[in-house]
Ligand binder design. Structure first.
Ligand SMILES: *[C@@H]1O[C@H](CO)[C@@H](O)[C@H](O)[C@H]1NC(C)=O
Ligand SMILES: *[C@@H]1O[C@H](CO)[C@@H](O)[C@H](O)[C@H]1NC(C)=O
Ligand SMILES: *[C@@H]1O[C@H](CO)[C@@H](O)[C@H](O)[C@H]1NC(C)=O
Length: 320
C-alpha cells in the first residue's frame, strides 16, 4: 500500500514537472511594432469579410478606407464566401507585401462544419504533400472541410502567386498569408504548401490568423512549426472565443498563439501576449466549455472588429 502511494506521488510529481518548466517562461507582451504588424493583417481580414464586390471597389467602410490608404491593389479573387472563404491576392504597396487573404464563411454553417461528424481528419493528397516537401509516410492530415475548400482554389492561387512574385520582384519583400475563422485554416494550409516557392525567391513568409479553429493533426502542427519559424507566425485569439477550442481531440493547434485578454485579466500583459507552446492554460485555453462564447469570435482584435456588421455595402453574404 505504501509503495503504491509512493509510486502515485512520484507519478504526480513527474507529471507536474513539464508544467513547472513551462511556467518559468513568462508570457511576453506584444510590442508596439508587433502590434502594428498584426493590426495591418487585421485590417485586411476585416475588409475581405465584407465580400468580393465591396472589397474590389474599396467600398466597405473604415477597413476598406485603410486598405486603400495602404495602397492595396487586388490582383485576383475567388471563392463564394458561403461554403468557401473568399480568397484574395493583393499587393499592398506601402507595406511591400503580397498578401493572400481569406474571408470567413457563414458562421452558422461554419460551426456545423466544425462539429459535424461528416467532416473528419483526412490525409493531405499528393499534390499538396509534394509542395510541402513530404510524402504520405509523414502522416499529415487536416480537417476534410478545410482541405476541400483549399483544394478548389489551390492550383489557380499558386499560378497567380508565382506570376505576381515574378512580376513584382524587389517591389515586395514579404508574402503574407492571413485569414479569420475558417479563412484562418485555409491560410495555414496554403502557407505550409506554398512556403518553398516563396522562400526560394528570397521573400519572407508570414502567417497571421484570427480566431483560428484547430486545423489538423499533430503531424500537421509539427510540419507547420518546422516550416514557418515562431517569429513569422501569429495565431491571434480573442478572450473566450469558442472557435479556437474546436474541433477537439485529436486535432492540435500549432504553437504561436497571441492572446488578447479581457480588460479585467490583469495577470496578462496588455494589449496582448505571446503564449508558450501549442496551448497555454494562461491564454484562451483557460476558459472551460461553459465560459466560451461566440461573441468573442469577431474581436476586437486590437482595434479591429472582424465582422460584417461593421462593413458598409457588404455583399449579400455571409451574415453572422
Ligand atoms: C447561413 O447558414 C445557415 C445554416 O446553414 C443557414 O440557415 C442560413 O440561411 C445561412 N445564411 C445565409 C444568408 O446564407
Ligand atoms: C518518404 O520520405 C521518407 C523521409 O524522407 C523516406 O525515407 C521514404 O523512403 C519516403 N517514402 C516514399 C514511399 O517515398
Ligand atoms: C484536389 O482533389 C482532387 C481529387 O481528390 C485531386 O486529384 C487533386 O490533386 C487535388 N488538388 C490539390 C491541389 O490538392
Amino acid at each position: 500500500m505504501r509503495l503504491v502511494l509512493l509510486l502515485l506521488a512520484l507519478c504526480a510529481w513527474a507529471a507536474a514537472v513539464p508544467a513547472l518548466i513551462a511556467r518559468q517562461q513568462e508570457l511576453s507582451p506584444v510590442t508596439d511594432e508587433q502590434a502594428a504588424r498584426y493590426i495591418s493583417s487585421a485590417v485586411v481580414s476585416g475588409a475581405v469579410s465584407c465580400g468580393s464586390r465591396a472589397v474590389t471597389a474599396f467600398d466597405c467602410g473604415p477597413a476598406c478606407d485603410k486598405l486603400s490608404d495602404a495602397g492595396a491593389e487586388i490582383l485576383y479573387s475567388d471563392g463564394d464566401g458561403e461554403r468557401d472563404p473568399w480568397i484574395y491576392l493583393m499587393h499592398v504597396h506601402s507595406e511591400n507585401a503580397l498578401v493572400v487573404a481569406h474571408s470567413p464563411t457563414n458562421f452558422s454553417s461554419f460551426l456545423s462544419v466544425l462539429i459535424d461528424a461528416n467532416f473528419f481528419l483526412t490525409a493531405i493528397d499528393a499534390v499538396l504533400l509534394d509542395d510541402m516537401g513530404v510524402n504520405s509516410s509523414a502522416g499529415i492530415s487536416v480537417h476534410s472541410g478545410f482541405l476541400r475548400s483549399v483544394n478548389k482554389t489551390y492550383e489557380e492561387l499558386k499560378k497567380r502567386l508565382i506570376a505576381a512574385m515574378d512580376r513584382l520582384g524587389d517591389k515586395i519583400s514579404v508574402v503574407r498569408f492571413e485569414g479569420h475563422s475558417m479563412g484562418a485554416a485555409s491560410a495555414a494550409i496554403e502557407a505550409v504548401a506554398l512556403s518553398s516557392i516563396v522562400k526560394d525567391r528570397g521573400y519572407d513568409l508570414r502567417l497571421t490568423t484570427f480566431g483560428s479553429p484547430r486545423v489538423g493533426n499533430e503531424q500537421f502542427a509539427g510540419l507547420l512549426e518546422k516550416t514557418i519559424p515562431l517569429d513569422k507566425r501569429a495565431r491571434v485569439t480573442n478572450q473566450n472565443d469558442k472557435v479556437p477550442h474546436l474541433p477537439g481531440w485529436p486535432y492540435k493547434h500549432y504553437a504561436g498563439e497571441v492572446y488578447i485578454p479581457k480588460q479585467d485579466e490583469n495577470d496578462i500583459p496588455t494589449p496582448a501576449a505571446h503564449c508558450i507552446g501549442r496551448e497555454d492554460d494562461r491564454c484562451t485555453d483557460k476558459f472551460n466549455i461553459f465560459q466560451r462564447s461566440k461573441e468573442a469570435h469577431v474581436g476586437p482584435y486590437f482595434d479591429q472588429t472582424l465582422s460584417r456588421s461593421v462593413c458598409t455595402n457588404a455583399d449579400a453574404y455571409p451574415p453572422e
